[in-house]
Design a protein around this ligand. Structure first.
Ligand code: GLU
Length: 552
């Protein structure tokens, strides 16, 4: 009896050899330097912002080198799989421009000739590779029960030895072929373990494309490569898939760095060329002074739904992620605001070696910049789409008079220095609430007038302004001159500098008076351009609002 007999007993129906698979999935015919990479999520139906970052980096590198980016669904951990999980990932990433060349395009269709791309559909392939290792004597069945493994761990703890299945602790490693054969024939449950050739006392060095040289002890653990349900573990599936899909660069989270010695050994066991490993550090958060990983459980900003609900443009999120991805991106973008992210060439050496702090304030600033570059029409469409989904009441009001809303959005927009007051679409309502009577009338208003504190004086100013000075037909210059006339009539300086030079002569200056006009109209001391607000509201509405205050 030999290894082949054992392998045939375990996999009687696996007829294809690993050589057959070499031919089915030949080397890709791509130009020198093309990057073939993949994004390999579990279909949990949740997109973590760090996952968007990783998939965005993967797709950027492949696109800019005319390579291939693959979506591979890692569903061998069946507990983590959720219905529609695949479509949620595909659609969720597509919105951000992350589009895959190969992989599933829905729950049951896929594109590309290196598939199947869903791991649970690749069982036969994995089995051929496990079978090969068994035949070579590089893997063996292990019959240890959970209890036995637990006992070993306890003994190791007591003896102050390293925990794990290795060396003398690897009980089934030296089982004879006959014993294994008979136990399998007797239907004893088993897993398959890799027979590690490593020595923990030796150091290996590998060069991570992002992190540089990393030294680690060799792996000597006989890791499980096939579970008792016949599915491979992550380590083994990674080897088979990344080899057969002809991945050149494994771009993944740095939680996998400690497993690299295992992966190197697995590639060597088959004599396969190793891919480049590129490990991305996690996004971090400053949690009241202590730095920790951004957590799906604790931090709402981890989920893409957080940005959707606020109405943060996808472009803003992506621009922010690009600044995290490459340290020189921001400088480039500030000089090239009219260009697309895809015009920038990302490089591995500009990816941070350690984690970047996720800074929501910075994201907001970037978003402000981005929204300020949008044309009013475009912004109107985006805001309407957003409101339709998230705020139906305001959607009705906002879209009732499209022209009017576009004019509001266009105040100080499409000019050389556009205003930067919006960080997200959801902010439109609060920012311009005073432009919509339906909302403004219902609002509980607090008029706090700085500088001019005498209520009666305020009322007089408003009355005289509306009766004598406001004319809808005035251009901005005439309009402002009239506010100066009004100021003068009430004893306020026409110019701020006159007031500063001779404070005892005046009650205040034109700025104080226009602040009164602004607050009485909007209940805010800071708004968009007052002239434009008045133009859009029109004399009747201004009069109504001022009269309400005058009559109080
Ligand atoms: N399914 C693995 C994960 O979600 C993928 C790691 C990899 O990209 O190889 O962590």
């Amino acid at each position: 009896m030999n290894n082949k007999d054992l392998a045939n007993l375990i996999f009687p129906n696996i007829n294809k050899t690993i050589m057959d698979y070499e031919n089915i999935y030949p080397k890709r015919n791509l130009p020198e330097g093309s990057i073939v990479t993949r994004y390999a999520p579990s279909p949990t139906g949740f997109i973590h912002i760090g996952a968007l970052l990783a998939s965005f980096i993967a797709s950027s590198f492949s696109k800019q080198t005319n390579g291939v980016v693959i979506l591979r669904i890692e569903d061998t951990d069946t507990k983590r799989t959720m219905d529609n999980g695949i479509e949620i990932i595909i659609n969720g990433l597509r919105e951000y421009g992350v589009i895959f060349d190969e992989g599933p395009i829905s729950e049951n269709e896929e594109i590309g000739s290196y598939g199947p791309y869903i791991q649970s559909n690749r069982k036969e392939i994995y089995h051929a590779f496990v079978k090969y290792l068994l035949e070579e004597g590089k893997a063996y069945p292990c019959f240890c029960s959970e209890e036995e493994l637990e006992t070993t761990r306890n003994m190791q703890t007591q003896a102050r030895e390293r925990i794990g299945y290795y060396g003398k602790w690897a009980k089934c490693r030296n089982n004879s072929i006959e014993e294994s054969y008979n136990r399998i024939k007797n239907n004893e449950p088993f897993v398959i373990r890799f027979k590690s050739p490593g020595d923990f006392n030796k150091i290996i060095t590998y060069t991570d494309v992002i992190k540089g040289n990393i030294e680690m002890p060799e792996n000597d653990l006989d890791i499980v490569i096939m579970k008792s349900d016949g599915l491979p573990t992550y380590h083994f599936a990674h080897l088979v898939d990344d080899h057969l899909m002809r991945t050149t660069h494994v771009i993944r989270a740095d939680e996998w760095v400690p497993s690299v010695p295992i992966h190197i050994q697995l590639f060597e066991a088959f004599n396969f060329e190793k891919p480049y490993f590129c490990h991305i550090s996690p996004l971090l958060k400053n949690d009241e002074g202590s730095i920790r990983k951004l957590s799906k459980r604790k931090d709402p900003e981890c989920a893409m739904s957080f940005y959707h609900e606020l109405g943060v443009p996808n472009e803003s999120v992506l621009l922010y992620l690009a600044t995290i991805a490459n340290s020189d991106f921001e400088e480039w973008y500030l000089k090239n605001k009219d260009k697309n992210i895809s015009d920038f060439t990302f490089t591995f050496d500009k990816i941070g070696k350690s984690g970047a702090l996720f800074d929501i304030e910075k994201l907001k600033n970037i978003s402000k910049e981005f929204i300020s570059t949008l044309k009013a029409n475009d912004l109107y469409d985006r805001v309407s789409d957003y409101l339709l989904k998230y705020d139906n009441e305001f959607y009705q009001i906002f879209t009732k008079d499209k022209d009017y809303s576009i004019k509001i959005l266009n105040i100080q927009r499409e000019v050389e220095k556009p205003r930067k007051d919006l960080t997200h679409y959801g902010g439109v309502k609060n920012e311009y609430i005073y432009m919509y009577d339906e909302l403004y009338d219902k609002l509980e208003k607090h008029y706090i007038y700085p500088y001019i504190t005498d209520k009666e004086e305020v009322k007089c100013i408003l009355k005289v302004y509306i009766d004598k000075y406001y004319d809808q037909n005035d251009n901005q210059e005439d309009w402002f001159n009239k506010i100066k006339d009004l100021s003068q009539e009430f004893g306020y300086a026409r110019e701020v500098k006159d007031f500063k030079n001779n404070q005892s002569m005046y009650k205040g200056h034109v700025g104080d008076v226009s602040t009164i006009l602004r607050i009485a109209l909007t209940s805010r001391d800071k708004t968009i351009d007052l002239y434009s607000i008045m133009q859009l509201l029109g004399k009747n509405r201004i009069e109504d609002r001022y009269n309400k205050i005058i009559d109080e």
